[in-house]
Structure formats: structure tokens, C-alpha cells
Write a protein that binds this ligand. Structure first.
Ligand code: RB5
Length: 143
């Protein structure tokens, strides 16, 4: 499994926690920035990860900003991106099972590092259910 990850300054500290988890688990990843906590604009990072995932360069994306909201809105402007803002493991599991979400978004000012790692682990290790009703709804979104 390969992961594209990015954040703005509001998600920067949480991104370091997620990167530590990826490294510990031996999951290959690329950090698309930002690379310091200086104020920056989340849309470019959301777009970069979404494009990399949609092109098939990475299996999944992870995006962090202060709330997770702005960066997920930006990512979802890229056709084929299904970025899901998750604040707990139930959401992370459900969005993989039902929405086949390809990008996880979280807020560095919302969830603590312990929960964020559990959410990430759940997201990365839950497969899409493949059930017809869910596949149909995803097709409708794409169309
Ligand atoms: C930055 O202050 C903040 O607006 C951003 O990280 C994010 O929360 C936007 O949705």
C-alpha cells in the first residue's frame, strides 16, 4: 500500500504523528507538504494529494488541516476524489465500506494524535464492501 499525505500549517503537527505511524508500520508514503508550520494555503495541498491518488500514483491519500474541512473540500473538487472527513473510527470504517473513500481528512485542531492514528489505521485497513447499492451510489456521484 502507498499513501500520499499533505497538510497545511493547521494540520502540520498531526501529520508528523501520522507519518510516524506510517513509518512504524512500513507503509510507503510521500509527503506533499507543507514542510514547516508557517501559515500556508490548504487548497494546493488538497489538490496535489487528490490528483496523485486519482491518477493512481498512490493507493490512498491523507489530508490534514486545522479542521479537516477546507482541505477535504479542496480535494473533492478533483474528479474521482472521495475525501472523507473523519472524527472517529466508526466514520473511517463506514466511509471505506460504503463510499470507497480514497482520501482520509482529519483536523489537527479537532482530534488528538492517539485517536487520529486509530482512525488512520481503520481507514487504511478496511476494504470497500463492494455491495451493489454502494457501488451504484458511487457511480452516481462520478456521473
Ligand atoms: C487555517 O487557519 C485553517 O483555516 C485551516 O487549517 C482549515 O481549518 C480550514 O478549513
Amino acid at each position: 500500500m502507498t499513501v500520499a499525505i499533505a497538510s497545511d500549517h493547521g494540520g502540520f503537527a498531526l501529520k508528523q504523528e501520522i507519518i510516524a505511524y506510517l513509518e512504524k508500520k512500513g507503509i510507503a508514503f510521500k509527503d506533499f507538504g507543507c514542510y514547516e508550520e508557517k501559515s500556508c494555503d490548504y487548497p494546493e495541498y488538497g489538490r496535489a494529494v487528490a490528483e496523485a491518488v486519482v491518477k493512481g500514483e498512490y493507493d490512498k491519500g491523507i489530508l490534514l488541516c486545522g479542521t479537516g474541512i477546507g482541505i477535504s473540500i479542496a480535494a473533492n473538487k478533483v474528479k474521482g476524489a472521495r475525501a472523507a472527513l473523519c472524527t472517529d473510527c466508526f466514520m473511517a470504517e463506514a466511509t471505506r465500506l460504503h463510499n470507497d473513500a480514497n482520501i482520509l481528512a482529519m483536523g489537527g485542531r479537532v482530534v488528538g494524535p492517539g485517536l487520529a492514528v486509530k482512525i488512520t489505521d481503520t481507514f487504511l485497513h478496511t476494504e470497500f464492501s463492494g455491495e451493489e447499492r454502494h457501488a451504484r451510489r458511487i457511480r452516481a456521484i462520478e456521473e
